[in-house]
Write a protein that binds this ligand. Structure first.
Ligand code: FAD
Length: 295
């Protein structure tokens, strides 16, 4: 199918984009990389009369690092962030997640901001944002809002963004100390959205115990899931086969995923526990290597 007719606007500045969104109200929609929106237009599941393309707004394409923050512009593509040293150092879990997003061609167009604004609980970036307690910055006619990830994802494909707001950047506090991260998924085919995905970012204390841990899951609930129960089992301890098994069991105990054509709820729950135990082990190994190489 082809989309219904629309008018394409290509503003050069953020204020022009916000003015266009305000002017066209519910008939206007932001276009980022188009990797989710264009299929929706083609299937006529979305029928905006005005598309406001953010592609010419240079201020949205930068990755910046300050001592306290990693700041990723909303129009930074997955491919750009995947290659960024600032992202690898400031958000190791995010860096590990990029290779799992679709295919290289889609990562070349799709954006970090687009992925987060779309709010798909099966997407890697939404889960990473929740685990890393990212702050989403939204700008609209009523000013600027900083929205913590825990309040941003409201339901499947529903976020706290108002229809006249633009997500401009994502802010993350970089880890302080030896840190390792890992992301793993089970998908039917390479490049598909995963049935279930899990990521972990671990910071170790001097004595090798876990000083900070963030674990997230995709595809198991209506919003991206942070596995707080597994984190609670592991924090403050050195990992062992028993502790990762307990963390896996704790994850399975609280999950209530849906069954669909692709996988049953029981399968998703079981895989989620297994992936949590795997990503924690790998993240700890990488953090240990980090400590050793720093010594
Ligand atoms: C075959 C295929 C496989 C894919 N596999 C995966 C996968 O495995 N994992 C994954 O995470 N994704 C996957 N994707 C989606 C891809 O990652 C997209 O890049 C991403 O979901 C949306 O980013 P985008 O920049 O293309 O946004 P768009 O498609 O342009 O926009 C998506 C939505 O967000 C809104 N939006 C975008 N940017 C902003 C902004 N700055 N402010 C306010 N609203 C905004 C748009 O209005 C629209 O509603 C896949 C896509 C395809 C086509």
């Amino acid at each position: 199918m082809k989309p219904v007719d629309f008018e394409l606007h290509r503003p050069e500045t953020l204020s022009e984009a916000i003015a266009l969104l305000a002017e066209h109200g519910e008939d206007g929609k932001v276009l980022a990389g188009g990797q989710s929106l264009v299929p929706l237009l083609n299937f006529r599941l979305a029928r905006p009369e005005h598309l406001i393309d953010l592609g010419r707004i240079a201020s949205l394409t930068a990755i910046r690092r300050t001592p306290q923050r990693l700041i990723i512009g909303a129009m930074v593509t997955h491919a750009q962030a995947e290659r960024s040293v600032a992202v690898a150092q400031g958000a190791p879990l995010m860096a590990r997640a990029f290779p799992h997003i679709a295919h290289q061609a889609i990562r070349a167009r799709g954006t970090v901001g687009g992925s987060i604004a779309h709010g798909d609980p099966a997407a890697e970036m939404t889960a990473v944002a929740v685990a890393l307690e990212a702050i989403m910055v939204a700008v609209g006619p009523r000013g600027t809002r900083e929205i913590p990830a825990r309040d941003f994802f409201i339901a499947n494909l529903v976020t706290a963004l108002d229809h006249d707001e633009v997500l401009t950047e994502v802010r993350i506090v970089p880890p302080a100390g030896p840190t390792g991260a890992a992301f793993e998924e089970v998908a039917r085919r390479q490049g598909d959205f995963a049935l279930v995905g899990a990521g972990a970012q671990v910071r170790l204390a001097q004595d090798g115990t876990i000083a900070d841990i963030r674990i997230c899951l995709t595809g198991v609930s209506a919003t991206p899931h942070r596995a707080l129960e597994a984190e609670a089992v592991l924090i403050g301890h050195a990992i062992s086969p028993e502790s990762t098994q307990t963390a896996a069991d704790a994850t399975r105990d609280v999950l209530n995923p849906s069954s669909d054509l692709h996988a049953t709820a029981d399968y998703r729950r079981d895989v989620a526990g297994t992936l949590v135990s795997r990503v924690v082990k790998t993240a700890v190994q990488r953090a240990t290597f980090d400590t050793t190489s720093a010594a």
